[in-house]
Ligand binder design. Sequence first.
Ligand code: PEP
Ligand code: MG
Length: 574
Amino acid sequence: MNFALHGLSVSPGITIGIAHLVSSARLEVAHYDIGPEGIDAELARFDAAVAAVRAELGDIESQIPHDAPAEFGAFVNLHRLILDDTALCETPRELIRARGRNAEWAIVQQMERLVEQFDRIEDPYLRERKADVQQVVERVLKALAGAEAAPIPPEAEERNLIIVAHDLSPADMVLFKRHHFGGFVTDVGGVTSHTAILARSLNIPALVGLHSARQTVRENDTLIVDGMKGVLIVNPDPLVLAEYQLRQGELDLERRKLRRLKTTPATTLEGTSIELFANIELPQDMADVLDAGAEGVGLFRTEFLFLNRKDLPGEDEQYEAYRDVAAAMGGRPVVLRTLDIGADKALEGEGATQPNPAMGLRAIRFCLAEPQMFLTQLRAILRASHHGNVRMLLPMLAHAHEIDQALALVKQAKEQLKERGQPYRDDVPVGGMIEIPAAALSLGLFMRKLDYLSIGTNDLIQYTLAIDRTDDAVAHLYDPMHPAVLQLIAGTIRSATRAGVPVAVCGEMAGDPQLTRLLLGFGLRNFSMQSSHLLEVKERILRTSLAEAVPLARRILRSIRPERTKDLLHRLNA
Ligand code: PEP
Ligand code: MG
């Protein structure tokens, strides 16, 4: 059947490929065809894994101390019952036989079905039992991996796959970095959620908020992801397919042309230099940063080192990651943002423990509540400062005392390193993110204590307009052009510039070429964005006259009528 679904584009471009349905958080599991001749062996592998887990649970049960609380035994017993239920030990076998696919794929498919059924249960206690199903499946997956390492499909095959999921977490997206998928689409999610930001960093077309893709798309359907219009076309007819293939070719050509700008300095028509920095999530992103010709790393979201793992990265591991990035930039600036954990980037096992995580113990609040963990990171950052031009950036500031406490901990970390005799730079600049309206409205207080500012427009919009950036139900209200948002951004740039405090924008607005001239007109001279957007923004800067942009930006700032604002922006970009 031929049909289209409409959603929100989070990463532009067009991709044409084959649907591959996946379960959230299980992307590390390889999915591959085993062919009719491999079915018996695969069934045997699955049975062996289930038997191994059964034995493992038996062992655990026999080791429970006599004085342990009764729940211990009940818990292990529950897992044994789940494992022995035909839903888990029989249905995957049927799937292997019917679809000719590997055991990991089969059990994850089945788990997803069960989890969906649990999600529909009203009783909250019973609903949460889905976690037990997931834990049992994890054990089976581990046993399968031990029995025989699952092959990763070849890159060319992966490029042809379009991931279709109900939801993907930022942690899932990090796992994407190990793969080469052609695109992805999800039923839920907002355009500046971290999942979407990561999609942009992967430079693959992506859509969120499709609502029913996971239910209506079938494995192996032909898909077109139109990241320009926010449309998913399922099983297109030949004419539509041919038109999209043509458009895809044109876009590739445009991208290749942009590559010529890599070494061109970013200057306006008047010759004003603009700094273009890149945002990264992991040290592996540095190849893209250098490839895009970025002049620095304006935001290293260090919390991604903390995701997809049960333990915390230690000081040495963090130090090595930060040092590698600093060294790769060879003396050019590298902004290491301290841990911004919480909200959609929860540590393993900590998800959904707060009533309103975006407004809860997130970022600097979390770090100040966990000073030993924070000190570990501060020492790692300071040690890395010995190898390059490192700067520190504190996220989610709202209060002066948060800066005071953070600076006191920086001092303590330095003393600890001094005692150990480990080198660091004493003058590492410490900046703060302006991403809570309270900070933007009391800027003087922040400028007195900090060396520089970086405006996080993603959160600034979220908190100004009270829009959860991960929630597609309110995504239509997420508006960078809202007069309140523009006032806060322009006011911050103006005040900082007047006071001689360096200011950058590192939220997604910095990477949107439609907003480049507006931000230049507000006086911004430092942009930090996903590497994949850098050349497009540079091209816009090269064609911008500040003399023309400034007055139009001022008029936009005064406009309170959305249609007028739209019209003025259109003129600014003409
Ligand atoms: C922001 O809020 O704009 C920002 C850059 O930080 P993050 O997207 O990681 O919250
Ligand atoms: Mg933020």
